[in-house]
Design a protein around this ligand. Structure first.
Ligand code: ADP
Ligand code: MG
Length: 227
């Protein structure tokens, strides 16, 4: 029992640390990226300096992406399990992701059927939704449709997230969620889906992924309803 308490305390310290990093590092990082972009826009900067600035910008942007996949919703307070209203969480995720959707000409369609509440930590659940939706939008570089449907059936609550993107080959699909597995080269971290699998598992939920190359990907999350 004592060991368990120590483990819980350690976990709490880790999540507190993670949240501090995201808040304390994300803002200065945004300034660094902004100033590097300004340097690159100057006319009288020697070519060599532009190369250095552009390398620095790539690295800084990569750091920002890693922080986003892990820590967009990191919360410095101890974890609290809530009865989550899925529809509300999805609308929040939509608001956050709509600039990215617009940039990729992606239409978002959301259909809510009546759903039960589920049990989870809201910040983590939002992070999982966000990471899935981000992948879907990134898989549709020339536009498409992202559809989210929620429903409850026999005390099980489902969230279907479907895109009309590039899809994955069976070999790639098998590696989804493996740390550092990414086909996005410089732009990907390969951490987004690992985080999703961990969060959903921690909530006692399930993930099913169907994907067909050039057709799209469909992810179904299911959770026990929380009475
Ligand atoms: P990242 O997005 O940083 O590459 P993820 O763990 O989020 O890492 O995703 C891993 C890989 O799985 C992606 O690089 C991509 O190739 C593939 N993938 C994930 N979601 C989708 C999707 N909806 N459509 C097509 N490919 C996807
Ligand atoms: Mg991703």
């Amino acid at each position: 029992l004592q060991q368990k308490t120590i483990k819980n305390e350690k976990m709490e310290i880790v999540s507190h640390l993670a949240a501090s990093i995201s808040h304390e590092v994300r803002n200065p990082l945004t300034s660094i990226i902004g100033f590097l972009q300004l340097i690159l826009e100057q006319r009288d900067v020697p070519d060599k300096c532009k190369i250095y600035a552009s390398l620095a910008l790539d690295e800084a942007s990569r750091t920002a992406v890693i922080i986003d996949d892990y820590l967009t919703f990191a919360n410095p307070h101890p974890e609290k399990l809530h009865a989550l209203e899925i529809d509300k969480e999805i609308l929040q995720c939509r608001d956050l992701i709509s600039p990215l959707a617009l940039k990729h000409s992606v239409d978002m369609k959301i259909v809510f059927f009546h759903t039960d509440k589920i049990k989870g930590e809201p910040h983590k659940f939002r992070q999982a939704l966000l990471n899935i939706c981000k992948n879907s939008i990134e898989a549709m570089p020339t536009g498409g449709t992202l559809t989210i449907v929620t429903a409850t059936k026999y005390n099980e609550t489902f969230i279907h997230i479907t895109d009309t993107g590039q899809g994955m080959s069976p070999a790639h699909l098998a590696r989804l969620g493996e740390p550092y597995f990414s086909l996005k080269e410089q732009k990907g971290t390969g951490l987004g889906m690992m985080v999703v699998f961990r969060i959903v598992e921690g909530m006692g939920g399930n993930i099913k992924v169907n994907s067909e190359e050039q057709i799209g990907t469909s992810i179904t999350l299911s959770f026990p309803s929380f009475a």
